[in-house]
Write a protein of this length. Structure first.
Length: 312
């Protein structure tokens, strides 16, 4: 009898040890799965990995769908339910809801409040706590060109284009075609770049565009950039000022399907301190670790979260 009891205890312990080994020694996920996506660029991938790490660390089973595609594709995926959560930008609300002419989007808090209200009522999508770092679209040029042609603002750039200055700009397909990006700059500042003055790439990452402008690849001397880019200084580029306030304020914010949030409202509490900790300088630094130092978004995200004691 004692031998049988001992055998039973042995097999139970062995089974528990096997389960622990298979799960990597951590707690087995008890919630989810939650599919986490992002737009296809450096910062999107970084923020998605932060979301994945935080949810996984808090007992969620996650599905990594980062670098999912351009904004239009990712947006359609969360509305359809293919994605559950991803980092979006407040300023995009101006175009999601056809309010590009409203001044509300030029103010960070007002834009956040407006898109939060509209997305919840129309799509049952919940906007969580934002990072108050303006990752707005911009145009950057080499410092040497800026100095020789006295290019400080986009008004200066427009005058340079109109007097026949040599310009070849590289940007993502979204930047070149979206009404929110290059077309809005062209309309506001009164210049037009011809097809042979544009180089369009599929990726939304700015490391490629900024490197091309820095090195003059195929004659490129202007590039799509973001306000939180970490590579601008390293590549010797300057961002042209936008005195007419063409661009909305773009605060990165995790957004989540209402059905998922209703089931797991703690997700908002889990992610809030992480996004609150991300200011403009910090995002530039973290993005630079990926774009310039060549580290993976997973490693950069996990290192940051560990250093800040967000991971248990």
């Amino acid at each position: 009898m004692k031998k049988s009891v001992c055998l039973i205890i042995f097999f139970v312990v062995a089974a528990l040890l096997l389960m622990t080994a298979c799960s990597g020694g951590g707690p087995a996920p008890t919630k989810g799965p939650v599919s986490v996506g992002s737009i296809k660029d450096t910062e999107g991938g970084l923020l998605a990995q932060m979301i994945i790490a935080m949810l996984s660390n808090n007992g969620f089973d996650t599905i990594d769908k980062s670098q999912f595609g351009p904004t239009s594709v990712v947006r359609a995926a969360i509305i359809s339910g293919e994605l559950d959560i991803y980092p979006e930008y407040t300023g995009n609300g101006a175009f999601f809801f056809d309010e590009a002419d409203s001044p509300v989007w030029k103010n960070g808090q007002q834009g956040y409040d407006r898109v939060k209200e509209l997305d919840k009522s129309k799509n049952n999508i919940v906007w969580l706590t934002p990072a108050r770092a303006n990752n707005t679209w911009a145009i950057a040029v080499p410092k040497a060109l800026a100095a020789s042609e006295h290019l400080v603002t986009l008004d200066d750039f427009a005058a340079y284009v109109k007097r026949g200055g040599k310009v070849k700009l590289i940007g993502s397909e979204e930047f070149v075609t979206s009404a929110a990006a290059l077309p809005s700059f062209e309309q506001a500042y009164g210049f037009t770049l011809k097809q042979d003055q544009l180089v369009t790439v599929s990726s939304g990452g700015t490391a490629q565009t900024e490197k091309a402008a820095s090195e003059g690849t195929d004659g490129v001397n202007a590039a799509m950039a973001y306000g939180t880019d970490g590579g601008l200084s390293a590549f010797g580029l300057v961002v042209l000022e936008d005195p007419r306030g063409v661009q909305p304020v773009y605060w990165p914010t995790p957004i989540i399907r209402g059905a998922v949030y209703d089931k797991y409202p703690e997700i908002g509490t889990i992610l809030a301190p992480v996004f609150e900790s991300l200011d403009l300088e910090m995002l530039q630094t973290l993005n630079g670790k990926i774009d310039i130092e060549g580290l993976s978004p997973v490693d950069v995200a996990n290192n940051y979260l560990t250093q800040k004691n967000f991971l248990k």
